[in-house]
Ligand binder design. Structure first.
Ligand code: NAD
Length: 363
């Protein structure tokens, strides 16, 4: 079967890792017609827009996209194009598997966790009030009047909306995911002891949804700070984690650290009809154009994409090929070498070549 898929190469290391992933996916013999579109700085330079409409139109038309990372300057300039794509297309579930592959230097073996992060609201809603602006002063005055609590006048404010609707949608998604993927347990991560009306609501809804799956999937609750310690000490105790947006973002990087680093952590953003597959990592600007970044996270995002479009055999071949290259430890990038300064480390494209060689032997 032929598939038409949107490709957003991204910036920073995006172009290199996306190209490596495309080459590996194509080597598996899947019939894919890529529709390449630009977003981020390159799009801004060429079209004057960071997220041109044709990017969203292409994803809506093709239903599936593979996306490289896109830079977001901290604290100034534009808001994240990555977050904008997820919000514009209602890609409400961010799925980030954290799995150890033999040969990866990591404190733990046999980790196999999945983070399910709510993608549409929380502190990532982009509702912010800048320090010193009249609307911020107005909001502060209103809050002080309504709550009797003081806010310093030189404050900036970010709003954290958490709805029943989006909480139920993500928790249900997590339980369905657990069922379909033969997982045993879902842990709801929150800070409901402090944020009673936002995280408290998320937890309350999670308990209700969990009751529908009683007897099929175990349900647990954990406070996010304790969870961070538990994950570092006993990651094997966990299976599927469901979290609001911010905690999901932070703990997925923590879990990437548990399994050997951001270079090997894949991800998917899923909506009711559309799906965008991208690595957990960002654009790592310092490695741009150096042929140094690890392409594994993008390649494994490609594995998730192939499973999503029901190309299960090519997906299995691709995952096995990556796993073999990592296990051999020869043609791997610097971050997978015992000594990151090892001069024999492979470049991005050489690691992809090694994966392709393995694929050829399996076909
Ligand atoms: P980052 O993930 O880009 O990089 C952090 C560090 O992780 C790098 O310096 C590098 O040491 C390591 N790393 C990341 N990817 C790697 C790879 N493939 N191979 C080897 N090592 C790798 O995080 P950052 O520096 O905080 O962010 C850089 C930019 O990316 C920011 O503008 C940020 O907003 C953006 N970002 C984008 C996405 C996305 O596109 N979905 C996600 C996260 C961050």
């Amino acid at each position: 079967m032929s598939h038409k898929i949107t490709l957003i190469p991204g910036d920073g290391i995006g172009a290199e890792v996306s190209q490596a992933a495309v080459r590996c996916i194509e080597a598996c013999g899947v019939d894919i017609q890529w529709e390449s579109v630009l977003a981020g700085q390159d799009a801004l330079d060429q079209t004057g827009q960071l997220l041109p409409q044709n990017v969203l139109d292409s994803i809506k038309k093709n239903k599936v996209a593979l996306k490289g990372p896109i830079t977001t300057p901290i604290g100034k300039g534009f808001r994240s194009v990555n977050v904008a794509i997820r919000q514009a297309l209602e890609l409400f579930a961010c799925v980030r598997p954290a799995k150890t592959y033999p040969g990866v230097k990591s404190r733990f073996k046999d980790i196999d966790l999945v983070i399910i992060r709510e993608n549409s609201e929380d502190l990532y809603s982009g509702i912010e009030f800048q320090e010193g602006k009249p609307e911020t002063q107005k909001l502060i005055a209103q809050i002080e009047q309504d709550t009797g609590k003081n806010i310093r006048p030189d404050s900036g404010i970010s709003i954290k909306p958490i709805s029943k609707f989006a909480s139920e949608r993500i928790v249900r998604f997590a339980f369905q995911y657990a069922l379909e993927n033969k997982r045993k347990k879902v842990t709801c991560v929150h800070k409901a002891n402090i944020m009673k009306f936002t995280d408290g609501l998320f937890l309350q809804v999670a308990r209700q949804v969990a009751a529908e799956f009683a007897g099929k999937i175990i349900f647990e609750e954990a406070i996010v700070d304790n969870m961070s310690m538990q994950l570092v000490q006993k990651p094997h105790n966990y299976d599927v984690l469901v979290l609001p947006n911010l905690y999901g973002d932070i703990l997925s990087d923590l879990c990437a650290g548990l399994i050997g680093g951001l270079g090997i952590a894949p991800g998917a953003n899923i909506g009711t009809e559309l799906a965008v597959f991208e690595a957990v990592h960002g654009s790592a600007p310092k490695y741009k154009g150096k042929n140094k970044a690890n392409p594994t996270a993008m390649i494994l995002s490609g594995v998730l994409m192939l499973r999503h479009i029901k190309e299960n055999r090519p997906a299995d071949i691709l995952e096995k090929a990556v796993s073999q290259v990592i296990a051999e430890g020869k043609s791997v990038t610097y971050d997978l070498k015992p000594d990151p300064l090892d001069p024999s480390a492979a470049g991005t494209s050489q690691m992809a070549d090694a994966v392709i060689e393995k694929i050829k032997k399996m076909k």
